[in-house]
Design a protein around this ligand. Structure first.
Ligand SMILES: Nc1ncnc2c1ncn2[C@@H]1O[C@H](COP(=O)(O)OP(=O)(O)OP(=O)(O)O)[C@@H](O)[C@H]1O
Ligand SMILES: [Mg+2]
Length: 328
């Protein structure tokens, strides 16, 4: 197949080859699988995006676009544009991406399916807050829509109203996003990858091992733990394929598939969960079109289920292609 990998470029220079490591990994893999591959990296120029696609005329776009220019939610309109251009692409579309990025809307859909989620309140920048409820402190405050643990750190866990309002103000100001305050779920953390459309299947759960985490700090995957390789938080955590009793594994996988379906995720995604001491499973968030880097939790889980990286990439291509065939 003639496939174009669509990706975000940090720099405005379209000849920059400084791609996110996932881009060359997927490109190499697709080539090895026998596809004709090109990479289209764009920053924030929609004309270049359209011209690049018109020139390449791909049969499928492998969509790795996470933002567009300064717009961190730019992946949504980009998929909308692909729809308008009639280009086939992997992963979720604008509607699905919107639903899973808004962690408040996500919870409303989960509620209808009786899936547990932390109780929450949204503090919008434009309006008075959406849901109050009688939330129990401590609360975890994070941006409503941003991902990659942006705005999540040592001060995210708040124990009183003053700290809550301070944190809300910081998120409004620094991230230009609404703030989401939700009940803090103490417990083990799992990531469950899901693949498929008509019959989505969960991959083996991956657990975050917090054993080496510094004492006295809440055990959460904040921005340090995810990205700051020199921090105690980064060094103190690692993701491992969980060895679990069959019954618990099955329960985690069922919740993940239910959440994936509730959010109408397409092709692939990852559900982030917490398990309490009393055995309740809470959905923290759903990541449609999650990160596909070779050492990501998703790829790790796929490998544990017998899908090595080439098979995983091929599966995503096939799921997308089949979806468009059915539509025709
Ligand atoms: N309600 C909560 N209770 C306990 N911990 C939480 C809660 N919400 C978030 N966390 C912690 O913060 C981390 C990041 O939260 P979340 O997954 O919602 O953010 P994100 O920035 O969208 O992450 P991702 O990089 O996975 O897209 C979680 O992995 C978890 O460790
Ligand atoms: Mg997450």
């Amino acid at each position: 197949m003639k496939i174009t990998i669509l990706t975000y470029l940090d720099s405005e220079d379209e000849n920059s080859k400084e791609y996110d490591p996932v881009v060359p990994q997927v490109a190499r893999t697709l080539r090895r699988l026998g596809h004709r591959v090109s990479v289209l990296g764009v920053h924030g120029d929609v004309k270049r995006l359209i011209a690049g696609l018109s020139r390449r005329r791909p049969e499928l776009v492998f969509n790795l676009m996470e933002m567009f220019g300064d717009n961190v939610f730019g992946d949504i309109p980009v998929t909308g544009l692909l729809e308008l251009l009639g280009v086939r692409y992997t992963g979720s579309g604008p509607g699905e991406l919107y639903l899973s990025q808004d962690k408040g809307l996500t919870k409303k859909l989960l509620a209808f399916e009786n899936i547990l989620y932390p109780r929450y309140a949204v503090f919008s920048r434009e309006a008075a807050f959406e849901t109050g409820g009688n939330l129990r402190m401590p609360l975890f405050v994070k941006p409503l829509r941003s991902d990659a643990s942006l705005g999540i750190g040592g001060k995210s866990l708040v124990h009183d109203a003053v700290a809550l309002m301070e944190r809300v103000a910081v998120i409004h100001r620094e991230l230009e996003d609404s703030a989401l305050a939700e009940e803090y779920i103490e417990g083990r953390e799992f990531y469950v990858g899901v693949l498929g459309n008509a019959q989505p299947k969960a991959l083996p759960p991956v657990e975050v091992d917090f054993t080496g985490f510094p004492e006295g700090v809440p055990k959460v995957m904040d921005s340090k733990a995810k990205w700051d390789e020199r921090s105690k938080e980064y060094k103190g955590t690692r993701s491992v394929v969980a060895s679990l009793p069959d019954e618990l594994r099955a329960r985690l996988q069922k919740v993940a598939v239910d959440a994936y379906r509730a959010l109408r995720v397409r092709d692939y995604g990852r559900v982030d969960l917490r398990l309490t001491e009393t055995g309740e499973i809470y959905v923290l968030e759903v990541n449609a079109s999650c990160y596909l880097e070779k050492s990501s939790e998703f790829a790790m889980a796929a490998a544990a289920s017998g899908l090595d990286y080439p098979r995983l990439v091929e599966r995503i291509v096939n799921l997308a292609a089949e979806r468009f065939e059915r539509k025709r």
